[in-house]
Design a binder for this molecule. Structure first.
Ligand SMILES: Cc1cc2nc3c(=O)[nH]c(=O)nc-3n(C[C@H](O)[C@H](O)[C@H](O)COP(=O)(O)O)c2cc1C
Ligand code: SF4
Length: 419
């Protein structure tokens, strides 16, 4: 079914809208940005204050970034994974955000063969195929192993279990992470999936696990619960997924019953800068990376991985519009939306919701301010220093502006980066 784009009377980004029975008070959704505010995997006060600040700023729905579906789906041991041990903390965080008038989505992630989780239950992480585990080198986890068919079944069950748990603690929606080079994306990508069985080869085969996961999560939460999916429209590497594949992938997800598609790009594993555009994160990473081995690797290979992509407002718009044309589910734009003019442009182009990452780190009260000021422009300079704060003990924050009372800018962190 084709969705008509650019309708004559574009909806206002401040109007309420519905996604599978859930009403959002405006069109702004906080993009999943792993907060690193869950020491040892436990959510606490800091995470609550971070999302509370966004709630007070008028966001319709916030997203808890990277909720791993199982212990072995974590990139590191400070990420949350969905289990009974954090039920009380998670329920209380979500209840507090509800009281402040904001809905809460949880991003379901699995790192597949890309992990430095010291608490991994096995010697090596598991991906679609044997390969290098670029993230785990400093931890001595140089490689990832190929998943067996029973490992694949177990992964599907982990997603279903996590979905039941997440619904039960009060999440209003779930966002399955199909992008950025993590577990499901590794299966979708011909670059990382070299399997010879029914899970490898054609796009249909490479989509088999992601679609099984979507079906299992749908069965777990029921037909009336909003399920979003975040994809990478391109991996930005030779032999990987590209924009044409994204059109087909989106059709698969739409037909399988996803309620909304979030059109991102790039991979954390191979080409992260295509996801962000703007200031290159390599210099800051070289300064802040604690491991000597990783610093050596970054010096040797960093330039080919962290390419320069100048910032451009709405940098994914043209490619995301191609997907808008072929799916009937809701479309959620992400990538360089930081001015009131851009928000209006997205509504006019037929997008239903707008996810915001960095512009909410610099301006947590963005929705309220953009409503009050027609010419609103976020303060975010797209320097991308916040990306390198992902391992900061303070948790992620804007290094340029004191956007929340006790979160950023961290002078000491900036001083390190700018040395
Ligand atoms: C500090 C930081 C952490 C991020 N972590 C995640 C994450 O956990 N999951 C994810 O899907 N995207 C993550 N992203 C990417 C954002 O969700 C978003 O796709 C990207 O920042 C582009 O949107 P923007 O231009 O509105 O910032 C992160 C971005 C930043 C800045
Ligand atoms: S550090 Fe602040 S100004 Fe720089 S990209 Fe991040 S949010 Fe924007």
């Amino acid at each position: 079914m084709t969705k008509q784009i650019a309708s004559d009377a574009a909806a206002s980004c401040f109007s309420a809208a519905n996604i599978n029975g859930l009403t959002l008070k405006n069109r702004f959704i906080k993009a999943g940005t792993f907060e690193n505010m869950t020491p040892n995997g436990v959510p606490g006060d800091r995470l609550q204050r971070f999302h509370g600040g966004l709630a007070d700023g008028g966001i319709a729905m916030t997203t808890l970034g990277y909720c791993a579906v199982e212990n072995d789906g974590r990139l590191n041991e400070n990420m949350m994974y969905m289990h009974e041990g954090i039920r009380v903390q998670l329920s209380s965080l979500i209840a507090d955000l509800h009281q402040r008038g904001t809905l809460v989505s949880g991003q379901m992630g699995h790192s597949g063969g890309f992990s430095k989780n010291r608490q991994l239950s096995r010697r090596r992480p598991l991906g679609p195929s044997f390969g290098v585990n670029g993230l785990g080198i400093a931890q001595g986890m140089f490689f990832c192993d190929a998943m067996s068919l029973s490992d694949i079944d177990a992964m599907v069950s982990s997603y279903a279990r996590a979905a039941i748990f997440m619904k039960s603690v009060g999440f209003d929606a779930l966002e399955i992470h199909f992008g950025h080079g993590y577990g499901l994306c590794q299966f979708m990508s011909p670059k990382t999936n070299k399997r010879k069985d029914e899970y490898g080869g054609s796009l249909e085969n490479r989509m088999r696990l992601p679609l099984r996961v979507l079906t299992a999560v749908r069965e777990a939460v029921g037909k009336d619960f909003p399920l979003l999916g975040k994809i990478s429209m391109t991996e930005g590497v030779r032999g990987g997924l590209h924009y044409d594949d994204a059109v087909e992938i989106s059709k698969f997800l739409d037909q399988a019953g996803i309620d909304g598609i979030i059109t991102s790009g790039g991979t954390s594993t191979m080409n992260p800068m295509i996801m962000f555009r703007g200031g290159n994160i390599l210099p800051c990473m070289l300064k802040t990376e604690p491991s000597r081995i990783m610093r050596m690797i970054l010096r040797a290979a960093g330039k080919s991985m962290f390419k320069d992509y100048p910032y451009k407002e709405l940098y994914f718009l043209e490619q995301a519009k191609r997907i808008r044309e072929v799916v009937s589910c809701k479309m959620i734009y992400v990538g360089g939306a930081s001015t009131r003019a851009s928000f209006d442009q997205l509504m006019a182009a037929g997008f239903d919701f707008i996810q915001l990452g960095r512009s909410l780190l610099s301006d947590p009260d963005l929705p309220n301010r953009a409503q009050a000021e027609k010419g609103f422009v976020s303060r975010c300079t797209h320097c991308n220093e916040c990306v390198s704060t992902i391992e900061s003990p303070q948790g992620i924050h804007c290094t340029q502006f004191r956007s929340m009372p006790d979160i950023g800018p961290s002078k000491s962190f900036r001083a390190i980066c700018l040395q």
